[in-house]
Design a protein around this ligand. Structure first.
Ligand code: TYD
Ligand code: MG
Length: 466
């Protein structure tokens, strides 16, 4: 008889039928963990919509075992009636609310605020009927209730359940069909027949697979919390990424109050969207005007600071980039970034050196994006270059100036998409001038904004540091 368990390497995902002390693929010691051989995760998504017959039985080729015309398929609630979570920033990241039957993984470092976010979401969700469930495997019912009270949430339609047995969870979902389910966290859920401890690859994969199957069968949307493990190995929520419908990362610097919710995968919306939140005493507050928040602490005329007009998804964002350039002590100059992309900063330093003639090869350079958030968009290049040049020359970059543009290797300034949106955001925040790529075509520029055009980095820096 075929054995019912298999072993998976927690480092590389290698699968084998028998236990070994050392992984046969990556050679890691003691990394094999037990998992169920016939995983429901393998057939994810079939559910009630056209299930296969029993494996190996090919005698019955009736409905469901052959392809169906696409136009005959009942799309159900998918894509039509989204659930409004009562938090516009969260809805936006999901692509306009929570899709029925979808499974969303909310991943992030421990302590970043995932439980807080999801408790707020279940309490605020706009549901015409039914209940929202919050299943906690980490905190006690009292702790969750205390947190809800402290955040002054209305929880009249929320059911709490302290449960870690995944089969009880899925059976209850199938029977009661709640409107929304939150599972906090996947690392505490366990399938009773596996001896591996909760949080191991096998358990996480199994629990995830069963939750996905339950969601597809019942149409109940499930939000799963997953802690990201430091090693970044396959253990942890990453092994769920392929089976869930959406993966959202909740991130931020722990010592800053801002938190960003970002979509990395989304079968029901764009993956470029982000939502901005502020962690306060009373839970998370949505930041509807992030540009203003991120610029609030800027010293407008300090050298080494420049404001980038960039885009995050469909949303314009004005953000301060800062640079500090100073002579290196000895050896290789240091280059450090926080928020900005390291390789991009190196490229910009090289262009400044070669095309503009700034002798940066014996200078340390530190480049930050203020507010502790990570924005990576080519349109930020110009602001980063201006901040670096401004610090090097100890000349401030105009305090009323916002910059946009991608820098090419020849030192040319390249166009960026959504220029009008960026311009109107800059005008709204009181900027007087905007530095834009020379080729940009603009339909109707905001009235109180002076447009300065430059087709090269050289010319742009001339204007910015005048
Ligand atoms: P939590 O949601 O428990 O994080 P996670 O579920 O991702 O592990 O939140 C963790 C931190 O957030 C906690 O250290 C304290 C802080 N916090 C606040 O600052 N204000 C609040 O209202 C709440 C609930 C938490
Ligand atoms: Mg938590």
């Amino acid at each position: 008889m075929k054995s019912k368990v298999k072993y998976i390497c927690s480092q590389c995902g290698y699968e084998t039928g028998r236990w070994m002390g050392r992984c046969g693929q990556c050679g890691a010691w003691d990394s094999l963990e037990e998992a169920a051989a016939a995983s429901p995760g393998a057939g994810v998504g079939l559910g009630a919509r056209g299930r296969n017959g029993p494996a190996g039985d090919l005698s019955d080729l009736s409905a469901g075992s052959l392809p169906t015309p696409m136009e005959d398929i009942d799309a159900g609630g998918h894509g039509k009636t989204r659930i409004d979570l009562g938090m516009p920033e969260f809805n936006r990241v999901l692509g306009g609310g929570l899709t029925p039957g979808s499974v969303v993984l909310v991943a992030g470092d421990p302590g970043i605020g995932k439980s807080t976010l999801l408790l707020q979401a279940v309490c605020k969700a706009r549901m015409d009927s039914g209940k929202a469930w919050y299943i906690t495997g980490e905190e006690s019912l009292q702790q969750v209730k205390n947190r809800g009270d402290r955040m002054e949430l209305a929880y009249d339609r929320v059911m709490l359940w302290a449960q870690t047995d995944i089969d009880r969870v899925t059976a209850a979902i199938q029977q009661e069909k709640p409107r929304i389910v939150v599972v906090d966290s996947i690392q505490t859920m366990r399938a009773a027949e596996l001896t591996a401890s909760p949080g191991s690859v096998g358990q996480v994969r199994e629990a995830g697979g069963r939750l996905v199957a339950a969601a597809k069968e019942t149409g109940v949307p499930i939000l799963i919390v997953g802690h990201v493990t430091k090693e970044g190995s396959v253990a942890g929520p990453r092994i769920l990424e392929h089976m869930v419908d959406a993966v959202l990362y909740f991130e931020g610097e722990r010592h800053y109050q801002y938190r960003i919710l970002r979509a990395y995968k989304n079968r029901f919306g764009s993956t470029f969207e982000m939502g901005v939140f502020e962690m306060t005493q009373n839970g998370l507050i949505e930041v509807f005007n992030p540009s203003q928040a991120f610029l609030s602490q800027r010293l407008a005329n300090a050298p080494g600071s420049a404001v980038a007009a960039c885009m995050e998804g469909t949303r314009p964002l004005l953000i301060e980039t800062q640079a500090l350039v100073c002579p290196s002590g000895y050896g290789q100059p240091r280059r450090m970034t926080a928020g900005a992309d390291y390789n991009r900063v190196c490229l910009i330093l090289a262009v400044l050196e070669k095309r503009i003639g700034l002798p940066l090869n014996n200078q340390d350079a530190y480049v930050n994006v203020a507010g502790g958030i990570r924005v990576q968009e080519p349109g930020m290049d110009l602001a980063m270059a201006a901040a670096i040049a401004s610090s090097f020359k100890a000349k401030p970059c105009g305090g009323d100036l916002a910059l946009m543009g991608e820098i090419g290797l020849s030192g040319e300034l390249r166009g960026v998409p959504y220029i009008e949106k960026r311009l109107s955001e800059a005008a709204k925040l009181g900027f007087k001038r905007c530095l834009i790529p020379g080729t940009a075509k603009i339909q109707d520029p905001p009235p109180n904004l002076e447009l300065c055009r430059a087709d090269s980095l050289f010319k742009a820096l001339d204007i910015a540091l005048a």
